[in-house]
Design a protein around this ligand. Structure first.
Ligand SMILES: [Zn+2]
Length: 53
């Protein structure tokens, strides 16, 4: 399940160390259309959003 950072609203995996506090979100926001829209390296092992969700 993705986690949205409380600081900058960036999306991360739950075990990512790049955010201090965040809120789990049940799915990616509509503006996220591909894995490239997720900026953090914690997503880099995934090839597609379907795998990451
Ligand atoms: Zn991250």
């Amino acid at each position: 399940m993705p986690v949205m950072s409380s600081d900058d609203f960036s999306l991360h995996r739950e075990d990512c160390g790049e955010f201090e506090d965040g809120m789990p979100v049940s799915s990616f926001p509509d503006e996220v259309n591909s894995i490239e829209d997720l900026d953090c390296d914690c997503w880099s092992e995934f090839d597609s959003l379907a795998e990451a969700n």
